[in-house]
Design a protein around this ligand. Structure first.
Ligand code: FEO
Length: 183
């Protein structure tokens, strides 16, 4: 009896997304290490914490594939590429990486809809919401570096930004979740 409840197309796409999330974790690890080497420990901590979130995303997809009776295929993880050139470059790359990830998530949502695989569609809604949060977080980083002077931010401004990020939680509050009781 075939107990696999995922189509080959969706199993392949979910396995690919599992690897994408692992690659995202590598990106955050690489950038966090770069920030730490440059002396930006607050930024490094923020990025290290976020690398863990990406690993959790990877595990969430892995567990779903198993739960649906399909095969998990662990492959090599692509390299995160060169170090950022500056804090500004780092935050721009983080934003681009999150936008690319959103596009990959949406494409799986589309596939699940085309196949009428409502279990996978429902599972992916968590990621749709999570990506809105992740993009909000990345946009927030871009706003902070812009206020600090963007590509030409002074050492003093970067020092203040570093201290600010050391205290910032890495969960963004979405506009739709804000109320007068929960500002
Ligand atoms: Fe797993 Fe940053 O998306």
């Amino acid at each position: 009896m075939d107990t696999n409840r995922l189509s080959p197309t969706l199993a392949k796409a979910l396995n690919q997304q599992m690897t994408n999330e692992a690659a995202n974790a590598q990106v955050y690890l690489a950038y966090a290490s770069w920030a730490s080497e440059k002396g930006y420990d607050g930024i490094a901590n923020f990025l290290f914490r976020h690398a863990n979130e990406e690993r959790n995303h990877m595990m969430k997809i892995l567990e779903y594939i198993l739960k649906r009776g399909a095969k998990v295929t662990i492959t090599e993880i692509p390299s995160p590429g060169p170090d950022p050139l500056s804090v500004n470059d780092c935050f721009e790359k983080v934003f681009k990486s999150e936008v690319d990830n959103t596009a990959a998530i949406y494409s799986i949502v589309e596939m699940s809809m085309a196949e009428k695989d409502w279990a996978t569609w429902n599972f992916m809604q968590w990621f749709v919401k999570e990506q809105t949060e992740e993009e909000t977080l990345a946009l927030d980083l871009l706003s902070k570096i812009k206020v600090a002077g963007g590509a030409s931010a002074s050492d003093e401004a970067l020092y203040a930004l570093n201290n600010d990020l050391a205290k910032t939680p890495d969960d963004a509050t979405l506009a739709q979740d804000v109320s007068t009781a929960n500002p």
